[in-house]
Design a protein around this ligand. Structure first.
Ligand SMILES: NC(=O)c1ccc[n+]([C@@H]2O[C@H](COP(=O)([O-])OP(=O)(O)OC[C@H]3O[C@@H](n4cnc5c(N)ncnc54)[C@H](O)[C@@H]3O)[C@@H](O)[C@H]2O)c1
Length: 363
């Protein structure tokens, strides 16, 4: 029996009372153009300008999207009193440098994921904001993806009982041409992609104790340097096991991008819509079974929001709320994100050393 009855889980991004903070972009590449700007416009946020190392890109983005100013330097952006939040979207090895300037200028910031390509840089990024007394959040927007956020609430409500198994499996032909610079990075799949699933797993289920990861390359990946097929297992103290298995070179089989959260009393079974046709995507789907609904009953809510752009509203709204309430961002603080990076780094240690790694080993 399949049921469509009203889905009362609150999964859409919440806007705080005040949303008219002046936002300026540092870095105006692909993700800003096809995700950040459409999301913020949809939410009615106030976009005041942008800066990019490549001045032509910044000018073009400002003109194409109606941003009032393209700044010639980051200093010029930071000197503008209209800028209250800097939205960073530069490659991870550039982020510490720009965070130093932004923190020194006393502006709040949304950092891009991954926070850094070394753990020590990430720790310094978190420290800089703390010492400067500014709010800093991370753009791990899968936490606001409809299927993930709905699952978080359902798991908290005990719909699946005690969680026993997490399985996130993604098998697609990834459009690598969108990120030509990724071809040169030595650590590719887990640091730039599986990190979303690792972070989403931590968001719903907390921190694992052990990480085991195996990494491989696809025979025809040519000049792409890093790993492109990975399997990561996270073992929790209470017996929960999480599997994140990703293959970016499925050129022949039917693509799939699925999540399964299984517990002692039920299960949530879903698809990650974005990964079927990145970056256009489609809405997530989910099927819920639970002893609370009765045996054989399947709940199949309609999830209306999309990862791109809707989830990108959530990360920025959370930063705005933190500014208003003078507290740490509730669901996306950079301090919390250090543990996502611990899992990521543990995965690389595991693969390199052919062993399981405790996340506490990463510091
Ligand atoms: N949150 C997500 O889901 C998501 C998705 C895609 C990309 N990203 C991240 O966003 C970042 C940008 O990715 P992209 O796809 O837009 O790449 P991109 O290459 O299209 O854009 C990067 C831009 O940053 C600019 N830049 C580089 N260093 C700079 C600096 N020091 N100051 C100002 N501008 C600088 C470049 O000139 C370029 O225009 C990366 O860190 C990537 O990992 C995140």
């Amino acid at each position: 029996m399949t049921n469509q009855f009203p889905f009362e889980v609150d999964y859409k991004p919440h806007l705080p009372q005040k949303t008219d903070y002046g936002i300026a972009f540092c870095g105006t590449g692909g993700i800003v153009q096809y995700a950040h700007i459409p999301a913020y416009k949809k939410a009615g946020f106030k976009l005041v300008g942008c800066y990019d190392l490549n001045a032509d890109t910044a000018r073009k983005v400002a003109a194409d999207h109606g941003l009032p100013r393209a700044y010639a330097t980051l200093d010029e952006l930071l000197a503008d009193p209209a800028v209250e939040i800097v939205d960073i979207a530069v490659p991870p090895w550039e982020q510490l440098k720009v965070v130093r300037q932004i923190a020194a200028a006393g502006k709040h910031m949304l950092c891009q994921k991954p926070m850094a390509d070394t753990f020590s840089d990430a720790v310094e990024i978190v420290d800089l904001a703390r010492k400067a007394g500014v709010k800093q959040a991370i753009n791990h927007q899968m936490r606001w993806d409809a299927g993930i956020r709905a699952s978080k609430h359902l798991v908290e409500q005990g719909i699946i009982g005690q969680p026993t198994d997490v399985q996130i499996q993604v098998n697609t032909a990834t459009p690598w041409h969108m990120w030509p610079w990724l071809a040169a990075v030595p650590r590719l799949e887990v640091l730039f992609h599986s990190i979303h699933y690792i972070d989403a797993t931590r968001y719903i289920f907390g921190d694992p104790e052990w990480v085991t990861s195996r990494h491989a390359r696809y025979a025809g990946q040519g000049g792409v340097k890093g790993e492109t097929k990975t399997i990561t297992i996270m073992d929790y103290a209470d017996g929960l096991q999480a599997l994140v298995a990703v293959n970016h070179y499925n050129l022949w089989a039917e693509p799939f991008a699925t999540f399964r959260f299984i517990g002692t009393e039920g299960a949530i079974d879903g698809t990650i819509g974005l990964m079927y046709n990145y970056p256009t995507g489609r809405p997530d789907t989910m099927t819920i079974t639970s002893s609370q609904y009765g045996k054989g009953v399947k709940i199949t809510p309609t999830l209306e929001e999309m990862w791109i752009p809707d989830a990108f509203v959530g990360t920025m709204a959370s930063l705005m709320e933190a500014i208003q309430t003078d507290s740490a961002p509730k669901d996306n603080s950079t301090a919390d994100n250090l543990n996502t990076l611990r899992v990521v780094n543990a995965a690389y240690m595991s693969a390199a050393e052919n062993r399981s790694v405790r996340i506490a080993e990463v510091h």
